[in-house]
Write a protein that binds this ligand. Sequence first.
Ligand code: PMV
Length: 366
Amino acid sequence: MPQGVFSARAPSNIALIKYMGKKDGVMNLPENGSISMTLNSLCSVAEISLSGPANSIAFSDRVRWVSTRPQGFQELPLEVPVLDDRGVFKLVRHAEKVVKAAREIFPRFGLQCAEITSPDSREMLVFRTANTFPQASGIASSASSFAAITLATALSCARDQSLFERIWSQDSVFREQWARISRQGSGSSCRSLNGPWVMWEDERVQVLPSQMPPMAHFVLLVSDQQKKVSSSEAHARVKTSPLWENRPERVAQRLIQMKQALSEGDVRTVARIAWEESWEMHSLFHTCSEPFSYWEPGSMKVLQALDPWVNGTHRETPIVTPIVTMDAGPNVHVIVDATQRELWFDRLSPLGFKILSDRQGTGAIV
Ligand code: PMV
């Protein structure tokens, strides 16, 4: 990487217990805890190049996003997203938050801040971002993008990048500090910095101990349409559903059960809870005061085909239980024991949808 270029790569994650409903919309604090599996190749990259003096010291004048491919990551099949003004504004605001946070966090870990963090610096930060999945794939990029932007920006704030890298790879407390900052850009991004099984409750984000086998991940692409209701809007609307009552208490029980199941490698229980959660989240969408749905006919087709496997009524069960869940979109995610990847690919292919394949991952890297 040339001097003055800082980059990070962060994977997406898929929630098995869902973050839906915010207690605090500014800090992105959730109404309930969530658990996700971090992915590996479905990821975003962010690259920052330092370039010349800006016209003013105002942070918004010092940050630019350009829609060209990052120079690094030649090995990845990257696609540059289209960001509208709002998207760029969110990036700039988040980068500013990260720079301010670096001034507070770094000294606690023996790191010194680079010149760009000084309030009267004029150094320009030019951002390039890209995803390994096409924007039109219906895969949400906010978790992986904000995680990558957080990490690349934090790296650019360090005077000694090698020391930053070392602390990042060795100190989970340091990573958790950055998860808190990333969360303020996009809630679910705080689970993408680590992996594979991550729990987020209030301010805390932690990797869960697990005896699960290594897992493979598929997304059945039922539709490539952009979602009509944003997740921010969904977080607000779900609270008007009559099913919202007692959800935090229900989820608290599920968190205890899923933590236990992960620690014992009990795939069937993980799959059962993930299935219930997915149906419950979509039921909240379907029953709020302005009901909406992400489901497409294809979503239903896939869920119906997988139901007997998840619920143990298929004649071939109990050989394997797939973990099946949907995000805030029409696509269906299927997570299976990695030793059975091919078997499941062959089982899912006849459903007739394009399939993206991935596996569990360990989180963001610089
Ligand atoms: O991070 P947000 O605000 O885009 O919300 C994500 C919400 C879900 O993806 C639907 C669930 C989750 O926990 O990731």
